[in-house]
Design a protein around this ligand. Structure first.
Ligand SMILES: Nc1nc2c(c(=O)[nH]1)N[C@H]1C(S)=C(S)[C@@H](COP(=O)(O)O)O[C@H]1N2
Ligand SMILES: [Mo]
Length: 334
């Protein structure tokens, strides 16, 4: 689409599901015991039976296997036609405090994080609570490319070509019970692998939440990839939320728990500093942060001397989401 997009592999050449499974479902090669090799997936077993040596079996393992593999996500009518940021920008300028507070810390420290195997516990007010592996979550799911603007509360922005599927798909599958009003999310807690969690920067684990109608909105997705590749660790591997009309901190990374509740759940940033970070956190150029204006933003990649861009109501998604907040005072529910 634009020169910043990376070349796609032939879609379906290797199923997206298979690629993600290899990257996130199997244990890392160094964790493999003989029993696990015996119990290994079809692909690995095929490699073993095919007489491939240990070194190449390791090369088939997640991470290595996934590098450069294309998911073949299908385009979506919800995508912006704005030019996406480069893969380099998207994977080297991050907020992921579990790995440190500097923008380069996540890339630097996330290499030691192992997002496999992975499962998500879904509970609370649902018909079928339980623990779903990433395989379970992705089975039967159609992966879409969603090119969205991302606006951080710190007044910088990017455009990211996510790969994901509507959160609604998953919630419908587990069955939302009638009393549910909100959805709470939790990030993995693994201080051994996440150096930021060894310091009390935030009240770990990172928590977020959405009102149920926000969670069911077609723009709200669970992302498993970026630029048609499985999510790099620093972007929230293996599965993270993306809510494009809200400040970036709502889009919680590396999710291990989803709980349907009858009341607004406590969230990390709104608990840490309620005056600065609300539960709603809708992008709004008219409601300033107590310490800075939210009227404009710096687009990453624009260059240091470029003009700041005006921030748009609901990050430019007002036509799609303004109805959710009809009659609400957006200064009070910020
Ligand atoms: N678990 C967790 N999720 C998180 C964060 C974090 O520190 N920890 N940072 C948030 C913030 S402030 C932003 S702007 C986005 C950044 O996403 P990106 O690094 O993929 O651009 O992730 C959000 N999700
Ligand atoms: Mo952010």
């Amino acid at each position: 689409m634009t020169e910043t997009r990376r070349k796609r592999g032939a879609p379906g050449e290797k199923g997206a599901f298979e690629i993600l499974r290899r990257r996130f479902a199997e244990p890392a090669s160094e964790e493999i015991t003989p029993k696990e090799v015996f119990m290994a997936s079809k692909a690995t077993r095929r490699a073993l039976l095919g007489g491939i040596g240990a070194a190449s079996v390791a090369a088939l393992m997640p991470g290595e296997a996934a590098a450069g593999a294309k998911l073949g996500a299908v385009p979506s009518c919800w995508s912006t036609d704005e030019r996406p940021n480069s893969f380099e920008d998207i994977t080297s300028y991050n907020n992921f405090y579990e790995f440190g507070t500097g923008k380069g810390d996540p890339k630097r420290h996330a290499a030691r994080f192992s997002p496999r195997p992975w499962s998500v516990e879904i509970g609370g007010l649902v018909e079928r609570p339980g623990t779903l592996s990433l395989d379970d979550i992705l089975s039967g799911v159609r992966l879409e490319e969603r090119i969205y603007r991302l606006r951080c509360v710190e007044a910088w922005s990017m455009v990211v070509p996510w790969v994901g599927f509507p959160l609604k798909t998953l919630l419908d599958r587990v069955g939302v019970r009638s009393g549910a009003r909100h959805v709470a999310f939790e990030t993995v807690y693994r201080p051994e692998e996440m150096p930021g969690q060894r310091r009390r920067i935030l009240d770990w684990p990172y928590r977020e939440g959405l009102r149920l109608d926000e969670a069911m909105h077609p723009l709200t997705i669970l992302a498993v990839g970026v630029y048609d590749e499985p999510l790099p660790n620093q972007c929230g591997a293996p599965i993270r939320l993306v809510v494009p009309w809200k400040y970036g901190f709502k889009s919680i990374k590396s999710i291990v728990r989803i709980t349907l509740t009858d009341r607004q759940p406590p969230t990390t940033w709104s608990s840490a500093s309620p005056r600065e970070y609300g539960y709603y956190a809708n992008v709004n150029p008219e409601v300033d942060h107590p310490r800075w204006s939210q009227a404009t933003e710096r687009r990453i990649g624009d260059g240091f001397f470029a003009r700041r861009r005006p921030t748009l109501m609901f990050n430019g998604y007002a036509d799609q989401v303004a109805d959710l907040y009809r009659g609400m005072d957006l200064r009070k529910f910020f």
